[in-house]
Design a protein around this ligand. Structure first.
Ligand code: PXP
Length: 270
């Protein structure tokens, strides 16, 4: 029996980061979204942070009105964000923990501590026709709590696994080369342990009838062993990936030659 292939949602927060760095009108987020669509991305993901450090309210509205593909809004489980989401009505909302000082989302939601608040936000978003995923650590308990809270999906936080594959930012021997093809057998022991946690959580997710998404920290190498996870009949355990930083970084490199060529032609023939 055929089944849908895993989907890629592309997080374009860091396209907005480049714009916010200078306060320029470019790069245009909608143009970026169109390129994502052309590349086969099936969803645009944005995180409207409390401090608005990259994505702005107007971006979310504009994307919602103009995208051809689904919009996935990452948001803290706050009153302010719930009210914005209910007005804009993205296809999906992904509830994430948010701390002001963090560089990026660190750790998954604490569903035990935040049960009442998160449960109420899930309900109010769903009443507005928005499907809800919860960004959680890959543990069987978090899957069970997510199901209890009535979520449509979980997004497994893959940060620990990814860090274990990359060996941290300042490893000896310089940065790893992309596209070297991490085979499961060559993963560091810690990454293998994390991969097992991801598998167990994804299997629990399937049993509980939750959709299973994954994201955070993926690069072109370390996503492979996760994408290779299958159930007993060969179906992928993860249905959707939300990936941002590595794609924007790669875009900066693969697009640099053309960008320079275009500027050279402008200055020699204005
Ligand atoms: N999913 C969630 C819930 C996130 O918070 C992030 C980071 O914004 C991502 C996916 C994408 O992570 P990365 O930029 O490391 O690919």
């Amino acid at each position: 029996m055929s089944h849908p292939l895993p989907r890629l949602g592309v997080n374009i927060d860091h396209i907005a980061t480049l714009r916010q760095l200078r306060g320029t009108p470019y790069p245009d987020l909608l143009q970026a979204a169109r390129l994502v669509e052309q590349g086969g991305g099936q969803q645009i993901t944005v995180h409207l942070r409390e401090d608005r450090r990259h994505i702005q309210d107007a971006d979310v509205k504009w994307l919602r009105a103009n995208l051809q593909v689904a919009l996935n809004l990452e948001m803290g489980a706050t009153e302010e964000m719930t009210s914005i989401a209910r007005k804009i009505r993205p296809a999906w909302a992904c509830l994430v923990p948010e701390k002001r000082q963090e560089v990026t989302t660190e750790g998954g939601l604490d569903l035990k501590k935040g049960k009442k608040r998160i449960g109420s936000v899930v309900e109010r978003l769903q009443k507005a026709g928005i499907r809800v995923s919860l960004f959680v650590e890959p543990t069987v308990e978090a899957m069970r709590l997510s199901a209890e809270l009535g979520a449509d999906a979980v997004e497994l936080h893959t940060g620990r696994y990814c860090l274990a594959t990359q060996g941290g930012a300042n490893r000896k021997g310089g940065p790893a080369k992309l596209l070297t093809g991490v085979a499961q057998g060559t993963l560091p022991a810690k990454a293998r342990t994390e991969l097992k946690r991801i598998r167990a959580a994804a299997e629990a997710c399937r049993e509980l009838g939750l959709h299973c998404h994954a994201g955070h920290g993926f690069d072109y190498d370390n996503v492979r062993p996760v994408a290779a996870l299958r159930d007993a009949v060969g179906v992928e355990l993860i249905e959707e990936y939300n990936i941002g930083h590595a794609i924007v970084c790669r875009a900066a490199l693969v697009g640099l030659e053309r960008a320079v060529r275009e500027m050279v032609s402008v200055i020699v023939a204005p």
